[in-house]
Write a protein that binds this ligand. Structure first.
Ligand SMILES: [Zn+2]
Length: 223
């Protein structure tokens, strides 16, 4: 056996030694993600369309992005639930206050799933049409939710090319749950350019991928 052949065999052996632990590492990382339950909450639905601009309805955009995010997170090994998977709200037929009952039932789902992370998805509207870009809100005085929000906002800023900062809030869904809790406004339908993106299914996939990447970055930091 000449020197070159011996050298090549050594390289092959070395590569096989490297690849085994790498595969094991990837498998163990996937298993780590499996222990996290994420609830995705597409805001509004049914009679409650949320923001409206012409024939563009917020609740439809929220649901489409939520379904993309569901697929993305499931593919990464997470346990994932949606609070709704169609065009309806969560209030009963004869609800006296639809909004209150809708929100109460969303909370019931989040808590009964024993969620580790809540991601509520919304789409924004503002009188000033120049304002655009996704924005992440987190539960006030909750450092863990804040860290998760920072990771996701960073990923979303990459697609908007903006330097948006995160904001704390005290939304009903945040007050009634104890898991990490975020509400993401995925963009502004009042901004003409962003509106076109927000009605495009491929853009929903891009937003979902950035959110998923942010979740994984956060979990890598704490594990
Ligand atoms: Zn909304």
């Amino acid at each position: 056996m000449n020197k070159i052949s011996l050298f090549l065999i050594n390289i092959v052996v070395l590569l096989s030694l490297i690849s085994v632990p790498f595969e094991t590492y990837r498998a163990s990382k996937a298993n780590e993600l499996m222990k996290y339950t994420i609830v995705i909450d597409p805001g509004h639905g049914g009679k409650d369309n949320g923001c409206i601009d012409g024939n563009v309805y917020e609740d439809e955009i929220n649901l489409s992005i939520a379904k993309c995010l569901y697929e993305e997170l499931v593919s990464k090994g997470f346990m994932v639930y949606l609070t709704r998977d169609g065009d309806y709200d969560l209030a009963g037929e004869y609800a006296l206050n639809r909004k209150n009952e809708d929100l109460r039932n969303r909370v019931n789902i989040i808590n009964s799933c024993q969620a580790n992370i809540l991601i509520s998805l919304h789409t924004n509207y503002y009188q000033n049409q120049d304002i655009y870009g996704p924005m992440v809100y987190y539960r006030v005085d909750d450092e863990n939710s804040k860290s998760l929000a920072l990771e996701i906002q960073d990923k979303l800023n990459q697609i908007s090319d903006l330097n948006k900062i995160i904001h704390s809030e005290n939304f009903y869904l945040f007050r009634k749950t104890s898991c990490l809790a975020l509400l993401i406004e995925c963009g502004f339908i009042s901004n003409p350019e962003e509106k076109i993106k927000l009605i495009t299914p491929t853009y929903h996939n891009i937003v979902a991928k950035q959110i998923s990447d942010g979740v994984i970055s956060y979990l890598r930091n704490i594990n």
